[in-house]
Write a protein that binds this ligand. Sequence first.
Ligand code: DSN
Length: 390
Amino acid sequence: MIKRLIKKEIIRQKKVINLIPSENYVSKNVLAALGSPLTNKYAEGRSHRRYYFGNEVVDRLEDEVKRLVYEVFKISPKKYGVNVQSYSGSIANLASYVGSVGIGGRILAMSLEHGGHLTHGHDVSMTGKLFKFKHYGVGRDGLIDYNEVARSACDFKPQLIVCGATAYPRKLDFKKFRKIANSVGALLMADISHIAGLVVVRVHPSPFSYADIITTTTQKTLRGPRGAIIISKLQVSGDRGQVINLTDQIDKTVFPGLQGGPQMHTIAAIGVCLEEALRPNFKKYAKQIVANAKELATELKRLGFKIITGGTDNHLMLMDVTPLGLTGKQAGERLERAGIIVNKNMIPYDTRKPWDPSGIRLGTPAVTTQCMKEKEMVKIARKIKKILLK
Ligand code: DSN
C-alpha cells in the first residue's frame, strides 16, 4: 500500500504546477543519499566524539559536509562553527535561541502575520512559550520599516534580534539589522531558510558579514533534503563583556539538549545538495528563480491582481485575493482543482484568520527546477487569471 501511495505522489508531483515557494524537486543523487543505508547508523555525539563505534565513515562524511558549508557560503572556519545535525529548521531555530540567550531570553523577531515564521516566537509555538518575544512587522506598504524595528529594539532591549521571513517578497537589509542590534547590544540571527540558494550565488545579499547566527533549512531554494544547517560565530561577547563560545553552546543544545542520533542519511543528502550548489549551473538556476518570480509577479499585476508590495525581489510573492471576492482558502482550492498548487497565506494587516486568510503565496523554485522560464511564467499567470476570475 505504501509503495502504491509513493507512486501516486510521484505522479501527482509530475502532473501539477507547483508554486509553493518552500518546496522544490531534489536531484536523483539527493534522493539516493536519503534512501541509502546511512539511515542504519547511530552516531550520537559530535564527529570524532560519538557514543557508538563504527564511525570511521560517518565521521568523514559529517566533516566533509561541514567543509562544504564553508565552501558554499564562502565563510571561514576560523570565524564560524557549523552544525548540520538539526532534524529541521524548527529545531535549528530553537537550538539557536537556547544556545544564545537561554530559556526566558528576550528576542525581537518578525511576526508570523507579517511574514515571519512560527518558530520566530508565535504564541502557538514552543518558541513563543519558552522565550520573551516581541514582534516587529511591515508597514502598510508591506515593507519592513527599519525605523520601527529600531524603536521596538530600543523599547524592548532584546538580547537577540531575528531577521528572516517566510512570506516577505523583498530583500532583507542585514546591514541595517546589524546596526539596530549593535545599538542595543543584541546578537543578530538571520534565518535564511527561504533564500539560502539565492544567498549562495548572491542574487540576495549575504548575511555573513553581519549576523552572529545563521540558520537555514536545506529543502527550499537550496534544493536539498528536509534538514537544516546552523552557522554561528565561534565567539561573541556577552552583555557583561564576557566571551561566549556560541557554536559550542548551540552544538550542546542540538545534542544532547534536543535530539538523539543525527540522521546521517539526511546529512549525506545535505552534502550532495551542497556539491550541486557549487556547480556553475546552480548559479544559473538561482538567477532564473528570481527572474521567473519577477516575471510572474509582473504579469499577474498586469492582469489586475493585487500583489503585495507590487512585486518581488526574491523567489516568492503574496497575492491579496479578496478583491476577487475570494478568500485564500477558496482561491487555493480552486487553483488546486485546476492543477496549480499554492498555499494560503496571511497578508499584512489581514483581518481574516490563518486557516482562511486573505491571500495566497506563490513562488518559483520548483517550476524553475523543471526548466521553466519567463515564457512559462506568463502562461501560468494567464492560467491563474482564467481559474480565479471564472
Ligand atoms: N517554512 C515554512 C514555509 O515557508 O512554507 C513552513 O514552515
